[in-house]
Design a protein around this ligand. Structure first.
Ligand code: HEM
Ligand code: MG
Length: 299
């Protein structure tokens, strides 16, 4: 039995719902958490084939009011990184609800359930519906997830706090990116490959990964150890409007996530991720996803 929330570790979901909220009645949100977990379990039992999972997570300002001071010590508000149109804007919210499953209909039902439970105590500021695109590719056409940890054990090791009062908890980053696909599609495939540092069709790492390619920016090592995280991002968009990637990652420490971001946005060595010439971050928040037992004891 794991003590982690059910939406952190699943692999290969087909649909996702990302809700970012302001809390207007914290007491009601606290009470709602147990009820959310009970109703989620009912949906999971009714639709076992959907492999439904969900996560509730809180921003720093809220978690400080809910938890002991020794919990989630790395958590802090997201601050804007980088400069100008190569920046990662901070839009820190109070609360995140992340729902994912193999079935759009079941994900939607879980979202309706979440609004029935929390609706009167929150204001929804961002609602993004993500879908798995062809061959698990990002809308740039590149496979997203090749180097993601695979299998429950490896993913748990990377995503979940291993022990202490936060055992089973996880740090979260969310960022919605809007792609400039017209500009991107004008690049030759080999130029696109040098932007990501991997080949397009097979997603093989280039023999020489450019330092300012996406992989060159985020595949970091400290004392010989790779800084890993579990990514659960999905494409989203309107065919007639904005399209991009809703980035979301989970990690046992905020440090790994933050280092990768600093590296992408030029805050470590003044070099920026070339991918940022073709996509723009339009939101950014850090959250802590409490363990199941932490969530159950809130109410
Ligand atoms: C790898 C796309 C944002 C962290 C990749 C890959 C692609 C990709 C195509 C290569 C295949 C793979 O290993 O999954 C994107 C897009 C983004 C985005 C389209 C936004 C528009 C981010 C952000 C972070 C991040 C914000 C971290 C904060 C990683 C990591 C890897 C990776 C850790 C694996 C690196 C390795 O070990 O080789 N991404 N990414 N990505 N990305 Fe991103
Ligand atoms: Mg690597």
């Amino acid at each position: 039995m794991t003590n982690a929330q059910s939406g952190i570790l699943p692999e290969h979901c087909r649909s996702g719902l990302f809700l970012e909220l302001t809390i207007t009645d914290l007491a009601k949100v606290k009470q709602g958490c147990a009820s959310f977990l009970t109703k989620l379990e009912a949906l999971q039992q009714n639709y076992p084939d959907a492999k439904l999972g969900a996560v509730i997570a809180f921003g720093d300002q809220i978690w400080k009011q809910l938890a002991a001071p020794q919990s989630a010590v790395e958590l802090k508000p997201f601050v804007t990184l980088g400069k100008g149109n190569l920046s990662a804007p901070a839009t820190q919210r109070d609360m995140l609800i992340h729902i994912q499953s193999l079935r759009v209909d079941v994900s939607f039902s879980a979202g309706q359930m979440a609004m029935a439970v929390f609706g009167e105590a929150v204001q929804v500021l961002e609602e993004t519906h993500g879908f798995r695109w062809i061959e698990e590719r990002d809308l740039t056409g590149f496979i997203d997830g090749t180097e993601n940890p695979q299998g429950a054990e490896a993913r748990a090791q990377v995503a979940l706090v291993a022990d202490g009062i936060d055992q089973g908890g996880s740090y979260v980053l969310t960022q919605r990116y809007e792609h400039q696909l017209d500009k991107w599609q004008k690049l030759s495939v080999s130029k696109q490959e040098s932007v990501f540092g991997r080949t397009k069709v097979e997603s093989e790492e280039l023999e020489e990964v450019p330092e300012t390619s996406h992989v060159g920016r985020v595949d970091l090592k400290e004392n010989g150890v790779g800084l890993k995280l579990v990514r659960q991002s999905l494409p989203y968009g309107k065919v007639s409007g904005a399209q991009g990637l809703y980035f979301i990652s989970y990690c046992a420490c905020l440090h790994n996530i933050e280092q990768q971001l600093l590296s992408m946005f030029g805050e470590l060595d003044n070099k920026t991720d070339r991918m940022l010439g073709f996509t723009q971050a339009v939101s950014g928040s850090y959250y802590y996803a409490p363990s199941l037992s932490q969530l159950q004891t809130l109410s």
